[in-house]
Design a protein around this ligand. Sequence first.
Ligand code: COA
Ligand code: AMP
Length: 622
Amino acid sequence: MSYQTEYQASIENPVKFWGEKSSLIDWFKAPEDMLKTDEHGIQHWYADGELNTCHLALDYHVANGRGDQLALIYDSPVAGQKKSFTFTELRDQVALCAGMLKNLGVEKGDRVVIYMPMIPEAAVSMLACARLGAIHSVVFGGFAPPELAVRLDDAEPKVVMTASCGIEIARVIEYKPLVDEAIRIANHTPEACIVLQRPQATASMDASRDHDWQTCMQKSQPADCVAVKGSDLLYILYTSGTTGKPKGVIRENGGHAVAMKYSMNAIYDMQPGDVFWAASDVGWVVGHSYIVYAPLIHGCTTIMYEGKPIMTPDAGAFWRVISEYGVKSLFTAPTAFRAIKKEDPNGELSRQYDLSCLKTIFAAGERLDPPTYEWLSDTFKLPVLDHWWQTETGWAIASNMFGLEPMPPKSGSSTVPVPGFNIDILDEAGNRLGNNEQGFIAIKLPLPPSCLTSIWGDVDRFKEAYLQTFPGYFATGDGGYFDEDGYLFIMGRVDDVINVAGHRLSTGEMEEIVGNHPMVAECAVIGRKDELKGQMPMGFVVLKNSAESSEQQIIKELISMVREEIGAVAAFKEALIVNRLPKTRSGKILRKTLRCMVDGEPYTVPSTIEDPASLDEIKTLL
Ligand code: COA
Ligand code: AMP
């Protein structure tokens, strides 16, 4: 099948196209109404179908001859542990875990928050929720208690599942005190907390609320898969928006399962039985889709790697894992490759391993910058494929459709729209722009399966954030252009979202935190370019006249406030005290100008600037 034929079919008649693709998965009851519009005017794929995502990921394969195949391999250089599970073993663990949740009263539709490191129990917990029709919400372990608390208040989980600790290289980070603190400051109190005790740290337990994972599993009976509707929710995943309050992106079971299954072959060219490795974290969307759900639904073996690309123990870590387990396709963030390249510029460590199993390298999370692309291509002589993604979609919006029809990659481009994504480049007024004209990237409705259909509990915010900017379109928040060959180039966010080491963060949220310091009059936080992490936040801070502490002291306090409120991943390490911020006469801070100045890029000073001297002052400070 050629890409063009498949793409055109998906755009000309999405209902027919996705109706046919629905038969890729094993429904309990096949959908009849492929695309239903609800009372808010929002469209849902396969709403009346019945299925269970855990059944598709596990039981289906056990029943169809894959029971003895490896489903999940856990490799932890930081814990010094390796472990693997066949599909039958994983199904049994998940069924027991579902039984444990059931014993705590968890039912279809209930929410369960999972705050865990990269250990098999994180995937087991997610799949156990799916098995019961409960809605999981995984919170990335690098987030601090206030971030976890916001999610507890929004998702209102019945149960929280956690582990005694995570391990960051050689540093043991106790998770349980963070969970206790989050529950203390949240308004919502979960009924129960299940804690997996790891050997590296023992969590103290509150007998009235906390339950030991091992003990509960021993007492549990396996629970069966519960049938859910195609439009019932599989999970909520919070992501940074432009304000302090994260957006609870929701994912429906039916569309998600079909998109996951379709993508494994059409994008990644994977066959059932192959080994797929997404070196990410279950706390991010890539981890949800391509560590847990898609590989398992497709009958592939997936890898959970608890370690870093470097330092665990060296920059050959990824190549060791690939050769040890026969990985066919690697998917990770460009920042990980930049870290490896810095430590091992000539790729010498990679040559210590037999990488003949590896056929493709996929990158996402941020733009695959041309130098990193060239380095990967030259070092590994393999197809290196950038593809563009969002938490909101759950899978790639643009990619080289390697399983359909491999295309010659172009450095700096994420190639072409994935079937189902009808992409236009628009100007501010919503007019379509031509080739090589940069503008706002928008996706014409209906979005394909798996994309969010609301923000948890806030359909108005969903409409306002995504649907109202360009009527008839979903506004992605990214800017870019198509070239004359129809290749898409993503040029970065057009809002206050930044990407730090592949972690999506909100500068708006950082501004709120910095602005809360008693000595701060006003501030702006921008994302400046960083060679390793892609972007790093940088603050510009105006102090109140009455500021009593030294500037250095205040900067130290601001850095620690952001770390305590958001978490270490925010990597807010740099702030500049200035006398005034550059603003327009209407009071809008010129963040884009600031960003260009810091990055040493050309900028024009808007005619509406209130006080041009404010820019001169900053220029002398940089
Ligand atoms: N739990 C607790 N803390 C965490 C954490 C977790 N799960 N993940 C990260 N952190 C902490 C780190 O320890 C670090 O703390 P520090 O400031 O005290 O050193 C901080 O958060 C920043 O971490 P990170 O972003 O990982 O940066 P790093 O400098 O430790 O490592 C890379 C740099 C490039 C090696 C690393 O960012 C990386 O592997 N990135 C890939 C990201 C990725 O896979 N993204 C998913 C999108 S596909
Ligand atoms: P997240 O929701 O965490 O997956 O982050 C999504 C954002 O990351 C997108 O809106 C983009 O800004 C950025 N992003 C992800 N993948 C790419 C890519 N391949 N090229 C450019 N930007 C990307």
